[in-house]
Design a binder for this molecule. Structure first.
Ligand code: FE2
Length: 392
C-alpha cells in the first residue's frame, strides 16, 4: 500500500523499549518487502512470533496442471463445482502458470490460519459475506469486494452468512498493487485514477486472540508446511507502516468512457508480476454518432484472458452458457470478439437510442505467460464452448 497507517498502540520511536502492563517487552516483527528496501509494517506482539513448537508437511492436493493443447477457448462454469470446504483447503485450482495461480471456492466454514509465503493474494468475493481475521486486524467483506492480502500475512476466512462465500482467488508470485500509472511518484492516487484512497478499507483496530499450540499453514515454493506456534499469532497490540491487507469494492470503480469503445486497460484495477486484474462494471454507453458499442474482435497475441462473470453475461457474449460465476478463457493465439448477430443487434439498438448503460459485471485476469488448466477447470469445463464460435 502506498500510504502510512497506524493502528492500536505503538511507541513514539521504532525499535525502542515498549513494555507490556506486566513490565515485559513487546516483541517487534518487521514485515518488509524487497529485502528492507520497500514497503513494510512494524508489528508489536505480546509473545515472540518466532516461538515454533512443531513443524510438519501440509499436503496440498490437486496442484497438477494440464497444458491447453490443442489450443482452445474454454468455458468454465464454477457454479458447477461442489460447494463447501474452507477458503484455504477447499480451493479448486482453475488455471496456473509460473506467475500466478487462479482458484475458486464456495467456502462454508472457517479456514485454518494460513499465509502465502510466495506472494500477495487477491480474493474476489462474488457472493456471500465473511470476516477476514488477520494479524493486522479484521476486515468484514461482502459481495464484489476485492481483498488484497500481502505476502506472508497470517490470516483466516470465517464465512458469516447462511450461504457460502464464493471466492475467486489469485495467488501471485510477487506484489499485487494498483497500476503504477494511477499513482504519483510518491504513491498518491492521481486525479485520472478510477479509484482512490477513500475507496479502500483496512483494519481499524488490533485483533487479539488467546491460544496456545496454534497451527498455521504456510504455502511456499516447495509446497505446504504446518507450523505449530506456542502462542496464537493474533497477539498484535499495534502496528504501523505501509504494508497491510485492504479491501476495495468493485462498485466503487469509476469507469472511464469515451465516444468510441475503450480498451480493457481503462478498467484495470490491479497489477502483479506477469498479470493484470480489471473490473468491468456497468457504464454509460459510447456516444459517437456512429459508435459500435460492442468490442471489436481481438487477438491478445501475448496474453491469456480469463473473464470471470460476476453476473450472467448479457451483451456481446450473452446466451452462450455464460452464467453467473462462469469463466471464459481466451488464450493467446485465439481470436475472439462479439458474435456477428450481437454486433448487428447492438448497432441497431444503439441507432434506435435504446441503449444507455452497458451491463457487464466481470473480473478479468490477463496473464502474459500461457495458462495451464487446473483440476477444477477440467471438472466443470463446457466441452461445447468452441462450437459457439461457429458462424459467430
Ligand atoms: Fe477479450
Amino acid at each position: 500500500m502506498p500510504y502510512y497507517r497506524s493502528v492500536g498502540r505503538v511507541p513514539h520511536k521504532r525499535h525502542v523499549q515498549f513494555r507490556k502492563p506486566d513490565g515485559g517487552l513487546y516483541r517487534e516483527e518487521l514485515m518488509g518487502t524487497e529485502g528492507f528496501s520497500s514497503d513494510s509494517a512494524l508489528l508489536y506482539h505480546t509473545h515472540a512470533p518466532t516461538d515454533v513448537v512443531d513443524v510438519g508437511t501440509w499436503d496440498i492436493p490437486g496442484q497438477e496442471t494440464t497444458p491447453n493443447h490443442p489450443l482452445k477457448p474454454r468455458l468454465v462454469r464454477t457454479r458447477k463445482l461442489d460447494e463447501g470446504g474452507d477458503a484455504v483447503n477447499g480451493r479448486r485450482l482453475l488455471a496456473a502458470n509460473q506467475d500466478v495461480r487462479v482458484s475458486y471456492v464456495a467456502a462454508d466454514r472457517p479456514s485454518p490460519l494460513y499465509r502465502n509465503a510466495m506472494g500477495d493474494e487477491m480474493y474476489f468475493v462474488q457472493s456471500g459475506t465473511a470476516r477476514v481475521e488477520t494479524v493486522f486486524g479484521v476486515l468484514d467483506v461482502g459481495p464484489r469486494d476485492f481483498v488484497i492480502m500481502p505476502t506472508s500475512t497470517t490470516h483466516r476466512w470465517v464465512p458469516t452468512g447462511d450461504k457460502p462465500v464464493r471466492l475467486l482467488i489469485t495467488e501471485s508470485t510477487g506484489g499485487i498493487h494498483p497500476p503504477k500509472r494511477y499513482l504519483s511518484a510518491r504513491g498518491q492516487f492521481l486525479e485520472h485514477s478510477p479509484y482512490c484512497e477513500r475507496d479502500l478499507r483496512a483494519p481499524a483496530e488490533p485483533y487479539v486472540v488467546e491460544g496456545d499450540n496454534v497451527d498455521v499453514y504456510v504455502r511456499h515454493r516447495a509446497g505446504g508446511t504446518r507450523y505449530t506456534y506456542a502462542h496464537h499469532p493474533f497477539d498484535v497490540v499495534g502496528w504501523d507502516g505501509h504494508l497491510y491487507p485492504y479491501a476495495f469494492n468493485m462498485d466503487d470503480y469509476e469507469p472511464i468512457i469515451g465516444r468510441i469503445h475503450q480498451p480493457p486497460p481503462t478498467f484495470q484495477t490491479f497489477e502483479g508480476p506477469g498479470f493484470v486484474i480489471c473490473s468491468f462494471v456497468p457504464h454509460k454507453v459510447e456516444y459517437h454518432p456512429d459508435a459500435v458499442i460492442v468490442p471489436y474482435n481481438h487477438a491478445n497475441v501475448d496474453s491469456d484472458e480469463l473473464m470471470y462473470y460476476v453476473e450472467a453475461a448479457g451483451g456481446s457474449r450473452g446466451g452462450h452458457g455464460i452464467d453467473e460465476g462462469a469463466i471464459t478463457w481466451h488464450p493467446a493465439g485465439f481470436i475472439h470478439g462479439p458474435h456477428t448477430n450481437e454486433l448487428e443487434r447492438s448497432v441497431e439498438a444503439y441507432n434506435a437510442g435504446k441503449v444507455d448503460i452497458k451491463r457487464l459485471t466481470a473480473v478479468m485476469i490477463d496473464t502474459f505467460r500461457p495458462l495451464e488448466l487446473g483440476e477444477g477447470a477440467l471438472a466443470v469445463e463446457n466441452p461445447d464452448y468452441l462450437a459457439t464460435w461457429r458462424n459467430a
